[in-house]
Design a protein around this ligand. Structure first.
Ligand SMILES: *Cc1c(COP(=O)(O)O)cnc(C)c1O
Length: 414
């Protein structure tokens, strides 16, 4: 980063401090990861300089010969990776990708179904302040109050009663497997479009450690920066028969010029995800999450659904006291563990004072950590949660985490 260091020391210094933070603390927010240096190079490349409104071979501006090569490579790799019929690699991020799907099939006021946000749905699945809840009529399904699991029978009954135009599966804070086939069957029965939003689990899906929504699902969206470990962005995939609507909704519906440097980085990410190494990586994410969940439960920490099948764990702090999510996440941060507070299903506290903490293993697994480290980390988390106000406990763990992190370096330089 020689040029940046010379030209803008303020930003350079902030970035250096952020790198040190990423190196010396445990990144356990389940939607975060460390992209490879090759992905980061593509993000910071000269492709940033080009305008390429339109699609490959159908651009509005001249000079897109090599940009087309990049975008076509990204498209072909995504198709191969997921087994998708049609792909659009231009969405800028996950929320705009979902927005394009809404705009493809729904008119303002139309009804759709998504998972209740307190049960693990995303903002774009019906939050009242989000475009999804503002422009469209959101009908939420929940999880079963006792098991905290999706109840497909109840979802079907609600869909038959409400007759939504769109049903969304795929979530932000659900620690178990999702049966996309059942969602597709329900959608077909009520004449709705099924959107599987696999943002969180895409890396697990392509590695075969989570059910795939392909080939039967109408539309699939995913971010590329979570378990997929690529640049901060997203793609939309669909059956060929929906290709025109989706492409039109992205451009010119929502966006002008696509970010071709990020599309290049997505292509790099897809190449990496097609390797057998990535499969091993994704398998290890789940092994690590299971080992971590076991340690936490052995330490009497309550987990939503009593465990995990994927990359994330939702700690239910109600036994420690309702509304403790934020103070708990702050105490963990002091100890060097970066997480986020999160609602638990049917949270008795308001959303800005939730009763849970969400943790995940994708980033730590990228660093090379395995079950042994997860056990140790689980014990640290339990200790902090039981001694949230004890500064000496947190400081001691902070030091031990510094030592652990030193054994698992991330980037050699920036
Ligand atoms: C992260 C996420 C998104 C949105 O992604 P952004 O890139 O943050 O806009 C959408 N849906 C789900 C399920 C997600 O987890």
């Amino acid at each position: 980063m020689n040029f940046l260091q010379k030209e803008d020391s303020e930003i350079y210094n902030s970035m250096k401090k952020e790198l040190a933070r990423q190196q010396t603390t445990l990144q356990m927010i389940p939607s975060e990861n460390y992209a490879s240096s090759a992905v980061l190079e593509a993000c910071g490349s000269i492709l940033n300089n080009k305008y390429s409104e339109g699609y490959p071979k159908k651009r509005y501006y001249q000079g897109n010969e090599f940009i087309d090569e990049v975008e076509i490579t990204a498209l072909e790799r995504a198709k191969k990776l997921f087994g998708a019929e049609h792909v659009n690699v231009q969405p800028l991020s996950g929320s705009p990708a979902n927005q394009a799907v809404f705009f493809s099939f729904l008119s303002p006021g139309d009804k759709f179904m998504g998972l209740d946000l307190s049960c693990g749905g995303h903002l774009t699945h019906g939050n009242p302040y989000n475009f999804s809840g503002k422009l469209f009529k959101a009908v939420s399904y929940g999880v079963n109050k006792d098991t905290e699991l999706l109840d497909y029978n109840e979802i079907r009954i609600l869909a038959l009663k409400e007759k939504p135009k769109l049903i969304i599966s795929g979530f932000t804070a659900y620690p178990r497997l999702v049966d996309f086939k059942k969602f597709q069957e329900i959608a077909e029965e009520v004449g709705a479009i099924h959107l599987a939003d696999i943002s969180h689990i895409a890396g697990l899906v392509v590695a075969g450690v989570h059910y795939s929504p392909f080939p039967f699902t109408d539309i699939v969206t995913t971010t590329t920066h979570k378990t997929l470990r690529g640049p901060r962005s997203a793609i939309i995939m669909c059956k060929e028969k929906y290709a025109k609507e989706i492409d039109r909704a992205v451009f010119p519906g929502l966006q002008g010029g696509p970010h071709e440097h990020i599309i290049a980085a997505k292509a790099v990410c897809f190449k990496e995800a097609l390797t057998s190494d990535f499969k091993v990586y994704a398998q290890q994410i789940v092994k690590n999450a299971k080992a971590l969940a076991e340690t936490l439960m052995e330490s009497d920490i309550k987990l939503v659904t009593n465990g995990t099948d994927n990359h994330l764990i939702l700690i239910d702090l109600r036994p420690q006291g309702i509304g403790l999510g934020k103070p708990a996440a702050m105490a963990l941060e002091e100890a060097g563990i970066c997480t986020n507070c999160n609602t638990v299903p049917y949270d008795p506290s308001p959303p800005f004072k939730p009763s849970g903490v969400r943790i995940g293993t994708p980033a730590l697994t990228t660093r090379g950590m395995k079950e042994t480290e997860m056990k140790q980390i689980g014990e640290w988390i339990a200790k902090v949660l039981k001694n949230m106000n004890d500064t000496s406990v947190k400081q001691k763990i902070r030091e031990e985490i510094r030592q652990l992190c030193a054994q698992f370096p991330i980037y050699k330089e920036i």
